[in-house]
Design a protein around this ligand. Structure first.
Ligand SMILES: *Cc1c(COP(=O)(O)O)cnc(C)c1O
Length: 348
């Protein structure tokens, strides 16, 4: 059985970075968020094209991810770690030039007691209540830090993908209240925040999902093509069912192709509730029946000849289309992409 092919278009990632960079003034730095193995696309392959496009600051979720990134881009880039300094990370911070975003006075103390040779950043909570320090804790942290200055101070917006949400203005005001006049380099905007406009940009923007072709950056170039081999085809008569639960029943004579990928490959089972299509060239063929662990069934009656494989994601059908079909977000589709796919990188 041939594995499904996941093609990752590195030139599209670089183009998306440039397009997002162009949305802020030239004095504003544009970084790249590449946590979770570059949103499932492969940090070792994705980091270099982003660096070549101009990204010089990268954000990861954990110190371990930072080490992997360091192997790809080396010491010329700054590597910030969102989860900050955890005790189990101390050796990595000692060995590699990683910059922890300190999230609490506990992390500040740990940083000061450790032998990190790099600087540090601070993460502030302005209303999301996930990571970072609120105003009181920040004051205590600054006292502990004394003369030491943060390289960057960030906070994160909870509702940036909803431009009219009152949280955006409230978090912006709180961020200003906590940071104005301090002389710190500041960052508030991820992909959604970049699109909210210049007052959200500060000194550095840190897009993730938009680089990888996902909403809310609707102008993004699609980054992935997923092509799934056909294992066999059969004809079914009116009234025959296809797949588990006999969920789909043919209303007419139909040709059904069975394809070699399923929910174990990250094609969420919920996708079948509001089924998308698969493409044979430009011809859409509906997904029918439930998604199985390793298999999909597709109505290919419209095709004169059935190709060796059909595409589930491409220019016609993006990660967000698939996300909508499954009732989720593009982030989850990307980070669920299966380990069995043969990953190919184009346009490096
Ligand atoms: C994931 C993340 C980002 C990037 O967000 P996108 O919506 O993917 O652009 C930026 N900042 C923080 C703190 C994050 O957790």
């Amino acid at each position: 059985m041939t594995a499904a092919n996941l093609t990752i278009h590195l030139n599209a990632i670089a183009a998306n970075w440039r397009a997002l960079d162009a949305l802020s003034e030239s004095a504003v730095e544009t970084a790249a968020v590449i946590k979770a193995d570059a949103y499932g696309l492969g940090v070792s392959e994705v980091a270099k094209p982003l660096f070549d496009a101009g990204a010089r600051s990268f954000f990861v979720a954990t110190a371990e991810e930072g080490v992997k990134l360091y192997a790809a881009v080396g010491a010329k880039a700054k590597i910030y770690v969102f989860s900050g300094q955890m005790a189990y990370d101390n050796p990595l911070y000692y060995d590699f030039p990683l910059i922890p975003m300190l999230n609490s006075t506990e992390q500040v103390k740990r940083y000061l007691a450790s032998e990190n040779r790099e600087g540090f950043g601070l993460q502030l909570d302005t209303g999301m209540n996930r990571l970072g320090m609120e105003a009181d804790e920040l004051a205590a942290a600054l006292e502990l830090l004394g003369d030491r200055k943060p390289e960057l101070v960030i906070s994160h917006l909870a509702c940036a993908d909803e431009p009219d949400h009152p949280m955006n203005a409230a978090q912006l005001a709180e961020f200003r209240r906590m940071t104005d006049g301090k002389g710190w380099r500041r960052s508030l905007a991820a992909t959604g925040g970049i699109l909210l406009g210049p007052e959200f940009h500060f000194d550095l923007c840190r897009p993730g999902i938009g680089l990888y072709g996902g909403a809310p950056f609707t102008d993004a170039e699609p980054v992935v093509t997923l092509s799934i081999p056909v294992i066999q085809t059969r004809t079914v008569k009116t009234g025959e069912s296809v797949g588990y639960g006999a969920h789909w029943v043919a209303e007419r004579h139909a040709v059904i192709a069975t394809l070699a990928a399923g929910y174990a490959d990250g094609i969420l089972r919920a996708t079948g509730e509001n089924p998308p299509v698969l493409y044979a060239g430009d011809t859409p063929c509906p997904l029918v029946g439930r998604v199985s662990m390793d298999l999909l069934t597709v109505d290919v009656t419209a095709l004169e000849t059935v190709p060796d494989s059909l595409e589930l994601m491409n220019r016609h059908q993006t990660v967000d289309d698939l996300a909508n079909a499954a009732g989720t977000i593009g982030y989850e589709i990307l980070t669920s992409l299966g380990a069995r796919y043969k990953r190919r990188y184009s346009g490096a």
